[in-house]
Write a protein that binds this ligand. Structure first.
Ligand code: ADP
Ligand code: MG
Length: 469
């Protein structure tokens, strides 16, 4: 193709085709990262992408995604000819964002009506205040893309999941802030699932007997441009509300309105969720959040210090960040407690002060991770009766859960295989060794079930004190 012809290609469409094509060969997480890249130039020499996030380019190269991109362009546009792929990093500073805000607002002021900004957004839950690290880059990128282009089908719905205190609500608010900034005419609603449910129940109490009229006020939610529902897992087992939400969901989706959901687990893990909702939720973009690593936690503390005009040495920041590793909310709590102690007792912030202040936050108050605890947690997680878990049943969900249980005991306690077999009421240690090997293989082969096993392992490590017998 010559350069003149390239001029006529719509870069956005080329990017959608690229994404569609790579969905066949890459994991959905890896496809997601492509959304953070824009095609800025297509010519005989090759393709140039731009992004304002250098970690995106690092990931693309590290995971070899660039080779897939190259292959797509060679095959589809360049008749097999070798081409170059370049990445350009646009650094956007906070000052530029501020200028952009002003110009966006003034442009839009003149033309379009401004929708009110939701009043329930925390002003500091913005993208600028969110610290990125390996644990949350996908979710951040997904949220950022949604905010830039709300309603495009690949991102709809965006479903963010992760344990408490890892920044899900922060990202939902950030999306709302950013959409309001970029598209002030869009009507945005941020609501927790519980509030939405209460509004629904309230509407049902309306004395009007005609169900259509009865719910008409509640159904105003179908008229928003962007609906963000937090803690959507609370929808579980509320059959009638699920029905209503399903219709709301379809109505918004049909008119290309953006939906963003946050939950503490994946759609499949929300028990008591109707299959059709599970499949809708899974149909968009799933982005997980994990505990930030030490380095990211240190940056979070550094930011807190800057925001609160506090001086803290690097060794103290590292000590604080490594002492509190359950979630970011707790990290902030620990930071506040250090600040308070320092100011009340008029003491400088050093390791001793931090140790004193951390008494409430140290992790030795966690219950011990015993075999009983593991068995109980496994039976809860897989929804299997504890008696069945310890029985002879060979039914596949039960025997799978049992094997996972034995594997977790091996991984998280000091029990021998013989002891593991006995604690699961088995006579022979071969049973335990077979179970552990099978689970090892699942994890090695990234079997469908392996993510669940690793999630459960992480949960146990996070919430219990391991290493005990
Ligand atoms: P969740 O909704 O996942 O339970 P939140 O969004 O309420 O968690 O986050 C808990 C606290 O931690 C909030 O104050 C939030 O601003 C902060 N936080 C979480 N992750 C980050 C991050 N990566 N950078 C900055 N602050 C964060
Ligand atoms: Mg939350």
């Amino acid at each position: 193709m010559n350069n003149i012809l390239f001029q006529y290609l719509d870069n956005q469409k080329v990017k959608s085709n690229l994404i569609q094509s790579l969905r066949a060969s890459l994991a959905s997480k890896d496809v997601l990262i492509l959304q953070a890249l824009d095609i800025v130039k297509l010519s005989n020499d090759g393709v140039c992408f731009s992004t304002n996030d250098s970690s995106v380019v690092d990931t693309v190269k590290l995971k070899g995604i660039d080779k897939h991109i190259k292959k797509f362009f060679c095959d589809e546009l360049f008749n097999g000819q070798e081409i170059n792929i370049e990445f350009e990093i646009l650094e956007i500073s906070k000052e530029e964002i501020a200028v952009e805000v002003e110009s966006t607002n003034s442009d839009n002021n003149s033309n379009k009506p401004i929708a009110p900004k939701p009043i329930n957004l925390k002003p500091d839950f913005t993208f600028a205040n969110f610290v990125k690290g390996n644990s949350n880059t996908y979710a951040f990128t997904a949220a950022y893309q949604v905010a830039k282009q709300p309603g495009i089908s690949l991102n709809n719905p965006l479903f963010i999941y992760g344990e408490v205190g890892l920044g899900k609500t922060h990202l939902l608010h950030a999306v709302a802030h950013e959409i309001h900034r970029l598209y002030p005419d869009k009507v945005i609603r941020y609501v927790s699932c519980e509030t939405l449910l209460n509004e629904y129940l309230e509407a049902l109490r309306n004395p009007n007997r005609d169900p259509q009229k009865q719910l008409s006020n509640f159904r105003l939610v179908r008229q928003v441009d962007v609906l963000l529902v937090d803690d959507i897992q609370f929808i579980a087992n509320k059959e009638a509300f699920q029905e209503e939400f399903y219709n709301t969901y379809n109505s918004l989706n049909d008119s290309q309105k953006q939906i963003v959901l946050a939950a503490d687990r994946t759609p499949q893990q929300i028990k008591g969720l109707q299959d059709r909702l599970t499949s809708r939720f899974k149909g968009g973009l799933l982005a997980d959040m994990h505990l930030p690593d030490l380095e990211t936690r240190m940056v979070i503390i550094e930011n807190l210090c800057r925001r609160h005009h506090v001086e803290m040495g690097r060794d103290c920041i590292e000590f604080l960040a490594s002492s509190v590793s359950r979630n970011v909310r707790e990290l902030q709590g620990a930071f506040t407690s250090v600040m308070t102690k320092s100011s009340i007792q008029n003491r400088p912030i050093d390791r001793y002060l931090i140790e004193d202040a951390l008494v409430d936050f140290t992790e030795f108050d966690r219950p011990a991770l015993t075999v009983d605890v593991i068995q109980e947690e496994v039976s809860k997680y897989y929804d299997i009766d504890l008696n069945d878990l310890l029985s002879d049943s060979r039914r596949s969900p039960i025997s799978h859960a049992r094997q996972v249980g034995m594997y977790l005991v091996r991984e998280l306690t000091n029990k021998t295989l013989k002891e593991i077999a006995e604690s699961f009421k088995r006579k022979d240690h071969v049973t335990a060794s077979h179970a552990c090997r099978k689970v090892d293989e699942m994890i090695k082969n990234k079997d469908d079930k392996s993510q669940y096993i690793l999630d459960l392992k992480r949960y146990l490590q996070r919430n219990f004190e391991s290493g005990s017998r």
